[in-house]
Design a protein around this ligand. Structure first.
Ligand code: EPU
Length: 519
């Protein structure tokens, strides 16, 4: 088929592909902005000499970091503060990433409200931009126009680094293949939480008529089709979120009907289908085990709002529970966090529906251990098991967590042990023997901690909120990949948290990792 350049649609004002994220979004300092009444506390933290002797008289042993992250910051958390108040939950990371991939399905403009200002969104924007899409923030609305997507059948350029840094990059294979007949994409990265193959997505593309070649040496995948993809039956080996989204997008522009069985039921699939329907796609059954897509010739533009992030909400719920605090969350639909609320209730902490929407965490005295299995939606989310492990570590009694989605997602366990948590991992299951506060004093102790991935970072923040003394959490860029100002939100609820580049340059010595600043 002859290559044909696609015409750009007329826009009121052309979107500049070079529009900088920073320029268009009100610039926020990387540091937590102190409110007036917290300036004094920040002043005091500046006066702490991390090289001085600890309260107990034994020297604190710090060593220079082996490889400090250039420009990196550490989060300093002073544990033991009670939280209170109300906070609004930001838009969903994973829904936003899927909707940005969905914007590649059309030459028309897609307008997205509620997209969070986080690292992964910036990477996804770099990716779609490299593929030929222009984007721009207008107020709180992210506008994307993929009119410039490569001509049909010609391999498109792709920001290798951005694509490899994200798992969600790979779902772009679906719209690229459907719209241009060719998708060339590096094998994706994302959080280091165990093996994350792409075989299910590729099997789905093959089922729709694509020829797929994987070059494991270079780490690139190329999928091609002659003419349009053709609809087909796609039975997923596992209910993969990414594969469901990629096949749904590919099927939307395919010839005929695509039936996805054993589909993922996560809200992020429903959200993508919702936007695609507005674009003119014919999809039924999203959110159920079977999704049916009837292909159309072309999709148009759409406006969509990203709903609140259920994982951020769950993280804030964990923060409320572990600190014994009553807090209110705005924007989150309680149905979206039902499994999380169920776990908290079994642990003795109430969750109430908010009067004006949202929900409230209602502490109910002592936290109790509980068993939970992380499963695909509507089960308890795997993304929250590292966040709830510290809640279990501070509860009375024994808990167990099995992760049936990512069985190797346990990097946080060793870090929690540094804080005194009793947590052991065997295969896909962690056993936690709780250490509840004794005589009103927490048994978890502040420590130097290293975040290994996004949700592990969030779990360490939650643990540090309830630990005695001060914790320093390194590798904060993991947290910033997926949370829109979690520290800022916690500070607004009364937590004592600070960002510091100077403190990021400190690392614990081998014998003393607990920091007692004597604040
Ligand atoms: N899997 C395969 N082959 C595939 C695809 C998946 O074996 O081709 C396996 C995975 O290894 C995993 C299971 O299937 O064991 C489920 O993975 P899934 O494809 O559902 O996950 P994903 O689409 O890669 C999304 C979220 C993750 C979240 C999981 C599960 C995005 C960008 N990521 O990943 O979010 O943990 O679904 O709910 O949507 C996070 O936000 O921290 C995060 C990791």
């Amino acid at each position: 088929m002859a290559a044909r350049a696609e015409a750009r649609p007329a826009l009121h004002r052309p979107l500049s592909p070079r529009t900088s994220f920073r320029r268009a979004v009100p610039r926020r300092s990387a540091k937590v902005r102190p409110s007036a009444d917290r300036v004094d506390r920040i002043h005091r933290i500046d006066q702490i000499d991390p090289f001085s002797s600890a309260d107990n008289g034994s020297p604190k042993i710090f060593s220079a970091p082996g490889a400090p992250e250039p420009g990196g910051e550490a989060l300093i958390v002073v544990g033991g503060r009670r939280l209170s108040g109300t906070v609004a939950v930001s838009g969903s990371k994973n829904a936003s990433l899927a909707l940005l991939a969905g914007a590649l399905l059309t030459r028309r403009r897609v307008a997205l409200r509620g997209v969070p200002d986080i690292g992964d969104v910036r990477q996804m924007l770099a990716l779609v931009e490299s593929l030929g899409a222009a984007w721009e923030w207008r107020g709180g609305c992210l506008q994307v126009c993929a009119a410039g997507l490569g001509a049909r059948s010609r391999p498109h350029p792709v920001d290798d680094a951005a694509a490899r840094s994200l798992r969600a990059s790979f779902i772009a294979v679906g719209p690229l293949l459907a719209r241009t007949g060719v998708a060339r994409m590096p094998l994706p990265g994302g959080c280091a939480i165990g093996p994350r193959p792409v075989d299910i997505t590729l099997a789905g593309m093959r089922a729709l008529g694509a020829r797929v070649a994987v070059d494991h040496d270079s780490g690139w995948v190329e999928a091609r089709c002659d003419g349009r993809l053709r609809g087909g039956n796609v039975a997923l080996r596992l209910p993969s979120v990414g594969a469901t989204q990629a096949v749904m997008m590919a099927g939307a522009l395919a010839d005929g009907r695509t039936v996805i069985s054993n589909a993922a039921r996560e809200p992020e699939v429903v959200d993508l289908a919702g936007m695609m329907r507005k674009m003119g796609a014919r999809i039924s059954g999203p959110g159920s085990r079977e999704v049916v897509v009837d292909g159309v010739g072309e999709l148009g533009g759409a406006s969509a709002s990203v709903r609140a992030d259920r994982i951020e909400a769950g993280t804030l719920m964990a923060a409320g529970a572990i600190t014994g605090s009553g807090i209110r969350l705005l924007g989150i639909e309680p149905e979206n966090v039902a499994a999380t609320a169920g776990l908290l209730e079994r642990m003795g902490c109430g969750v109430a529906r908010g009067e004006a929407g949202g929900l409230a965490v209602v502490p109910g005295g002592e936290l109790l251990g509980a068993d939970v299995v992380a499963r695909p939606h509507p089960g308890f989310p795997t993304d929250l098991q590292p966040v709830f492990a510290p809640v279990m570590a501070a509860a009375r009694g024994r808990s167990s967590v099995r992760d049936a989605v990512f069985e190797g997602r346990w990097a946080h366990a060793e870090q929690l042990r540094r804080m005194g948590a009793r947590i052991s991992v065997r295969g896909d299951t962690a056993t936690v023997v709780g250490r509840p506060p004794l005589g009103g004093r927490p048994q978890l102790k502040g420590a130097h901690l290293e975040a290994s991935d996004l949700r592990a970072a969030a779990g360490l923040v939650v643990a540090a909120l309830a630990a005695e003394g001060l914790s320093i959490i390194h590798n904060l860029h993991h947290l910033d990949r997926g949370y829109d100002g979690l520290d800022r939100k916690l500070a607004s609820l009364g937590a004592e948290v600070y960002r510091s580049a100077e403190w990021a340059a400190l690392q614990p010595g081998s014998t003393e990792s607990t920091v007692q600043p004597g604040l």
